[in-house]
Ligand binder design. Structure first.
Ligand code: AMP
Length: 542
């Protein structure tokens, strides 16, 4: 027998309609690239998003077509989130930290029809434009007064505020199929080119419900939320959508991510909840310590993207009375998978044991099913000791990468995360290792395979192995191990200089270690695991 409830599709635009109707006067505050602070309300956001939806239609963007953005966290980016997805096209957030070749590849692969960009990224767009065929239009996210005078984009450049001014806010959000695509985010893989994760309206809405819950990211109408995690990295962990759903004040940091700027914004805007990777919080804590400052309103911070060190948890909780919520997720998971929020019996544990719990990545939010398996694929017990490959499944987990219809990443219906983890009896997952060969530096990926490929271009390199080594500031940095060709006089500086222009600046390894040989397994594969263990602390002991 069928249930007799309404069939209302779960759509991204409904979040905005809800925010406008129920939280219309709630504020959205943004630090702009122009340098000033901008503030307006959800009502203004909704009205301008409708104008922008009309503008996208005016540009000829059809349902399902991709709208690229290369932008910081800010209100115009938020408008595009809803204008693009809400009107049936696909918001495609581009990561400005990528090398220009990768950006060009991604824009071409996604077939972006238009790319909106913050002024900071004009030089990047000028380099990308000649390398891509797809977008015929680039839109600078600024007003007429700040439009660049000299630029290399010829007639293809438009002004964001002109588009807003030219179009009416009379727009009816279309009733879309909830399974249609809403946004797209590429993630750098271990080998080959970055892969696109294509979210649907339904997956986004279900993720939003689950991620807002008290034991997840714990967001409410009484919060002022500062997403430091970029809107170009998995939709800022879903916070723009969550804020609309719950009616929270939103505070966007724009390009100013240093400790001083963040601290001043947190205090001025009475932020209650913030979210970001450990590297960003190091800068904030260092600034707060330097000025002996305290947080007058911030009571919670979500830390994820990389493991949150206990020293950081202790600094926030002991010195600043800010509770840390350690979370784990992935681009492929929209991203929230687990959050480390206490169960009742853990609250009375001695403080050291509570920190040990908080070092874990946490327990599943409802909707994410997880398991750990051994090398034979057999499920391992949740005893807090056995460690194995972490697999997940759920309605906001990807089943296929965009434009890659042949190969499914799934294993028997489960998504292999590339993380190795153990799970305790309470269901708290802790990452112990990573089976995927990548380096996560300051919350963003570096491909070790790409670094090795560049090294091999050098005539003096016989073998090149790039591994992740722990780093006090960036969590991990690439370390390059090189076997030179016989009689080569290659130096570290020469080899590092060879990377200039060939990879993004921050991808360049911090050091090269010349070795006699690298350990090989039975099949001739480099035993990276062994090297990772041997050199893990190279930058800590340097
Ligand atoms: P991304 O898709 O760029 O968000 O990266 C997801 C990956 O980052 C995960 O598969 C983990 O390897 C890593 N990661 C994310 N959050 C954490 C965390 N809290 N602790 C350790 N690693 C994490």
């Amino acid at each position: 027998m069928q249930g007799l409830m309404m069939q209302q599709p779960l759509l991204v635009a409904s979040l905005l309609m809800h925010a406008e109707r129920h939280h219309g006067t709630q504020e959205i505050v943004s630090r702009r690239v122009e340098g000033d602070i901008h503030r307006y309300s959800y009502r203004d956001l909704a009205q301008r998003a409708r104008r922008m939806a009309n503008a996208l239609a005016g540009l000829g963007i059809q349902a399902g077509e991709r709208v690229g953005t290369l932008a910081w966290n800010g209100y115009r980016h938020m408008e595009l989130y809803f204008a693009a997805s809400g009107s049936g096209s696909v918001l495609h957030t581009l990561n400005p930290r990528l090398h220009v070749d990768q950006l060009a590849y991604i824009i071409e692969h996604a077939q972006d029809r238009v790319v909106f960009f913050d002024l900071t990224f004009l030089p990047l767009i000028e380099s990308v434009a000649p390398r891509v065929k797809s977008p015929k239009v680039f839109v600078a996210m600024t007003d007429r007064a700040h439009m660049p005078q000299a630029h290399g984009l010829s007639s293809m450049l438009m002004c964001y505020e002109d588009l807003i001014d030219l179009h009416s806010d009379a727009y009816e959000w279309p009733l879309l199929d909830e399974n249609s695509a809403s946004s797209l985010c590429y993630t750098s893989g271990t080998t080959g080119n970055p892969k696109g994760v294509l979210y649907s309206h339904r997956s986004t809405l279900l993720h939003t419900y689950a991620a807002a819950l008290p034991d997840s990211l714990n967001c409410s109408a009484r919060d002022a939320i500062l997403p430091v995690v970029p809107m170009f990295h998995v939709n800022a962990w879903g916070l723009p959508y969550i804020a609309c759903m719950v009616g929270a004040k939103l505070v966007f940091p724009g390009p100013a991510l240093d400790g001083k700027s963040l601290y001043e914004l947190i205090e001025a805007e009475q932020v209650t909840l913030s979210a970001g990777v450990p590297t960003v919080w190091q800068g904030l804590l260092a600034h707060a310590d330097a000025i002996e400052g305290s947080f007058s309103t911030m009571r919670r911070t979500i830390i994820g993207g990389a493991p949150c060190p206990t020293a950081m948890t202790a600094a926030f909780q002991n010195r600043h009375r800010v509770d840390v919520l350690h979370a784990w997720g992935m681009t492929e998971l929209s991203p929230v998978g687990t959050v480390c929020s206490f169960k009742t019996h853990q609250l009375s544990l001695p403080v050291d044991e509570r920190y040990a719990v908080q070092a874990k990545q946490g327990r599943s939010v409802f909707g994410i099913d997880m398991k750990i398996v051994g090398p034979d694929g057999a499920e391992l017990p949740w005893d807090g000791n056995a460690a194995g490959d972490l697999l997940v499944r759920g309605p906001w987990v990807t089943r296929q990468y965009f434009g890659n219809d042949d190969a499914s990443p799934l294993r028997d219906g489960w998504f292999p995360t590339g993380d190795v983890a153990k799970i305790d009896r309470d269901g708290f997952m802790q990452i112990t290792d990573r089976s995927k060969d990548v380096i996560k530096s300051g919350g963003e990926w570096i491909s070790s395979a790409d670094i090795e490929n560049v090294a091999y271009l050098h005539a003096d390199v016989a073998s090149a192995v790039c591994i992740a080594a722990r780093h006090p500031k960036w969590d991990e940095r690439p370390l390059l191990l090189i076997v030179k060709k016989p009689d080569s006089a290659l130096t570290e500086d020469e080899l590092l200089a060879f990377f200039d222009g060939r990879v993004a600046k921050w991808w360049k390894p911090d050091a090269v270690v010349f070795v006699e040989s690298v350990p090989l397994g039975a099949t001739g594969k480099v035993l990276k695991h062994q090297l990772r263990e041997q050199y893990a602390d190279h930058y800590l002991s340097a």
